[in-house]
Design a protein around this ligand. Sequence first.
Ligand code: MN3
Ligand code: MN3
Length: 289
Amino acid sequence: MAEVFKSIDWNHLEDSVDLATWDKANKQFWLPERVPISKDLSDWNNKLNEKERVLYDKVLAGLTMLDTLQSEQGGIQVGFASRTQHEKAVMNQITFMESVHSRSYSSIFSTLRTAKRISEIFKWTEENEYIQYKAKVIEDIYQNGTDIQKRVASVFLESFLFYSGFFTPLYYVGMGKMSNVAEVIKLILKDEALHGQFIGYKHRLMLDEMSDEEREEHEDWAYELLDTLYKNEVKYTQELYDELGYTEDVKQFLKYNADRALMNLGLDTIFEVSREDVNPLVMNGLSTE
Ligand code: MN3
Ligand code: MN3
């Protein structure tokens, strides 16, 4: 037992990326109260049809599930895997922001929907096989995986799985609709981008320390996990988007972001989908800040 207890010393860093990320994460700190979501009520009532409103319900509820998993397990499990004390501090900040994210969807729901409808939407996520499947696959890695596997799971969740949901608010704000909800989503997206980069960077450090065999085995495992998640994501996308005709556009967006997740992890891309291959409305939505 009893190693020496060490106080965290920010004046002596083992990895300067920890401090840079701490500063950046705190600089972009936000709370949903800052965004006037109720200004979207007129768009919600007048510019969307009921099918589109139900699509928003489902994507926001699915995103709530992913951010709940990150706030209750992901941030903490990746935090346990920290290589430095400063990394652990960064992961604490990240974990708190995951609770802000999951909180913010409820602010959107309470603005747009009745309590009864909100309960129905949350019930839907408990019964949706694709949402439950991805949550279980990721949770199993958080519970039973190695340190490096936890980082892969976290980056796939944040840099890839979120995007089947992010598509809707980005696409509609690209058409000039629901801009305040999109503002919340963009704040979340900006955080996830930072989280994916930071955790991906720590993953790359671990990759560099592996022997060739270990690395090959790990990479095979990671690509297989991505394949499993991608297949599930395609079915989820079809269920949500077929009726409105957006499925192919969402799939392109998923592939584009899957490659970005692989880049964060320091792994070769597999889909080779460029910005130009993604629906320009979504890219507009992404870049309006
Ligand atoms: Mn989050
Ligand atoms: Mn995150």
